[in-house]
Write a protein that binds this ligand. Structure first.
Ligand code: UD2
Length: 312
């Protein structure tokens, strides 16, 4: 089959691309390389790369037939969405509408949209099912929620099928640790391997459902190929179904970095930080035959093995 992956040179998109290639599919990656990097992609005879913003793409840019599109191109940052709301709106919501137009023009039967646990806002019950109230507390969460609604509306009207995957806390190789708002695992792993201190914001009892990126790539592949009737829409959480606290995370990381002797600092909780998060993944299991194959521990092991040795 032939799939388009938008944002396919990014952290999660490049793993989705690899997964699809490993399943013998043809992949066209579209990426404007703002945050993506060509080094994230393998050279592969079944992979085509188009350096372009998805908002500038025309149907003529692609060769038909296309069996599905996985839309991962976005500004995946809550902070950015507060600082530059219009730019984030453009990249997160308008870009989704551009993808919907491509689905119509190119008669693409399946759209898999990258949504986020951010659509739920502050959880009122755990684990979080897809019927949990949606009440975003950031422009980013709102843009993801409205994108889902656009995709669902157009899928029903024009007869393509849509799967929205609400990702929880994804981690793994190629996740950039370069800002204080990067994923906490990328920040902690980066610091610990260099023997640097780490900081927990809050008391460390906050919990998250950390999901290894290969689990997520699997969910995308299944969402692209699973049999669905035209016009149908599925919304599914993608996590492990288990959560751990930051203190527990640090304990696991200490076993991965036994030589780490630096300081564990505590600082005030970040404003807007949610306390607990844990996915109920029964919808993904029922509709997409999804299972979380890699635990946090095994994912961390793969992540650490994938890193180049620290220089110096
Ligand atoms: C995640 C998503 C975010 C949004 C949100 C919705 C990531 C990277 N971010 O934010 O896009 O979907 O969920 O709820 O997946 N922390 C520390 N020390 C550090 C860095 C972080 O203690 O150096 C804490 C942070 O305050 C938070 C926890 O670690 O309590 C997880 O932080 P995160 O930025 O990895 O993810 P989160 O859940 O805030």
């Amino acid at each position: 089959m032939h799939f388009i992956v938008t944002g396919g040179a990014g952290f999660i998109g490049s793993h989705v691309t690899e997964q699809l290639l490993s399943e013998d599919h043809y992949v066209t990656v579209v990426d404007n390389l703002t945050t993506g990097n060509l080094n994230n992609l393998p050279e592969h005879p079944r992979l085509k790369f188009l350096e372009k913003d998805i908002l500038a793409c025309q149907p003529e840019d692609f060769s038909k037939p296309i069996d599905g599109i996985a839309h991962l191109a976005a500004t995946p940052s809550v902070t950015e969405s507060w600082l530059q709301p219009l730019a984030a709106h453009h990249n997160n919501l308008s870009a989704t509408i551009a993808v919907i137009e491509l689905c119509q023009a190119l008669e693409i039967p399946r759209l898999v949209f990258t949504s986020s646990a951010a659509v739920y806002g502050n959880p009122v019950q755990l684990p979080i099912t897809e019927t949990h109230p949606t009440s975003p507390i950031s422009p980013y969460g709102l843009q993801k929620l409205v994108s889902e609604q656009y995709a669902s509306l157009f899928a029903q009207q024009f007869g393509f099928s849509m799967v929205a995957l609400r990702l929880f806390n994804v981690f793994g190789p190629r996740q950039a640790p370069n800002s204080q708002y990067s994923g906490v695992i990328s920040i902690f792993v980066n610091a610990m391997r260099q023997g640097l201190p780490i900081t927990i914001y809050g008391d460390g009892t906050q919990t998250r459902d950390f999901v290894y990126v290969k689990n997520v790539a699997n969910a995308f592949a299944k969402a692209l190929i699973t049999s669905l009737t035209s016009g149908s829409c599925i919304v599914a959480n993608v996590g492990t179904g288990k959560s751990i606290s930051l203190v527990e995370l640090v304990d696991i990381l200490k076993t991965c970095f036994p030589q780490w002797q630096s300081e564990l600092k505590f600082a005030p909780a970040r404003p807007g930080d949610i306390k607990d998060s844990q996915a109920d993944i029964s919808n993904a299991s029922t509709h997409l035959d999804f299972t979380s194959q890699w635990s946090v521990e095994s994912g961390l092991q793969y992540l650490i093995e994938s890193l180049d040795p620290v220089k110096g």
